[in-house]
Design a protein around this ligand. Structure first.
Ligand code: 8YV
Length: 323
């Protein structure tokens, strides 16, 4: 039987690319530039499986074709709200993702952002690099203590729990969580966590709020101006989930009028374009979507995609099927 023909839409770690090439008839988008909807429509006619990432907006327009050859979208990444699931479903396409293997590193990055924001690390680094540091003084770049404070975690899945483990057991933080379903008592107990009845109850209790929920239409602007107002005036907002979860205009207002203490973002609405007004906020740390960006995670994500493909083309149900 001919080897399945698969398209990898971006460059992947070379070890994984090599493994894919051993098993499949692989085409890699060597240019490493995200495909356009018309290129996706063509790809869905030509390939048995397409392997997208977060930068591939596979909306209803990209899936508007008759009788695609593609039967599987094996996503590289845990989030898949960039894929129009009803359209994929209508074509009978199986969608898979890569959970678990990036949870630790994404939580590490959320911790990095929380510490950077609280301890004003971005401002300090800019000052040193710009030659503006005039020396130590008791009042210089005074930040906020993290240890022992209260952390609100929005979305208590694998990454949210990895964040809670670090914050509670490493930094002695009190953990309050918000999640769309009830979290079992024994899971909460592992992190000394309590579940808030609703997000509006959680926000006023927290010194830090870290977002770990999915993006997409259901959580678009979950954090809006009304909810930013519910945060404590010296609290910090951390986002390693998806940019659209925060109304960025409302965040700029909150930062400009000091109604919250600061924020740190790894993801942006419409990334990689960054709203000009965000760049002017000093009490804001920004990173370019680095959550899973370690050699270990990126390689493991690739191998997780490989397992899903192998299962699918061996006639089994892929382990990380999401539809
Ligand atoms: C990935 C992420 O690097 O897995 C996710 O959902 O946000 C990132 O860590 C990226 O999405 C790959 O598609």
């Amino acid at each position: 039987m001919a080897r399945p023909k698969i398209l990898v839409t971006r460059r992947w770690p070379v070890t994984v690319e090599a493994k894919l090439a051993e098993r499949f008839n692989v085409v890699i988008n060597q240019g490493d530039v995200a495909l356009k909807p018309c290129e996706f429509r063509q790809a869905f006619k030509d390939y048995d499986a397409v392997l997208p990432t977060v930068t591939d907006k596979i909306g209803a327009d990209a899936l508007e074709l008759v009788g695609p050859r593609t039967k599987m979208l094996a996503n590289y990444g845990v989030g898949f709200t960039h894929i129009d699931m009803p359209s994929a479903q209508a074509h009978g396409m199986i969608v898979t993702n890569t959970p678990d293997v990036l949870s630790e590193c994404t939580a590490d990055l959320a911790m990095t952002l929380m510490l950077m924001a609280a301890r004003r690390a971005g401002e300090g680094e800019r000052e040193v690099r710009n030659g503006q540091w005039t020396g130590w003084r008791p009042t210089h770049l005074v930040g906020t203590k993290v240890s022992g404070k209260t952390l609100g975690i929005v979305g208590f899945g694998r990454i949210g729990q990895a964040m809670a483990r670090r914050a509670h057991h490493g930094f002695g933080m009190k953990i309050v969580v918000h999640n769309r379903s009830r979290i079992a008592g024994d899971v909460l107990a592992k992190y000394g966590a309590v579940q808030a009845d609703d997000l509006d109850d959680l926000l006023p209790q927290c010194d830090f709020v870290s977002l770990h929920c999915p993006g997409g239409a259901e959580n678009r602007h979950l954090i809006n101006s009304r909810r930013l107002d519910l945060m404590r005036p010296n609290a910090y907002l951390i986002n390693t989930a998806r940019g659209e979860v925060i109304n960025e205009h409302a965040l700029v207002q909150a930062l400009s009028f000091d109604t919250i203490g600061g924020a740190a973002l790894d993801v942006f609405d419409g990334e990689p374009n960054i709203a000009r007004s965000l760049l002017d906020c000093d009490r804001l740390v920004m990173l370019p979507h680095l959550g899973s960006a370690t050699a270990e995670s990126r390689e493991a994500m690739g191998f997780r995609v490989l397992s899903n493909l192998e299962a699918f083309f061996n006639g089994q149900s892929p382990p990380d099927r999401v539809n």
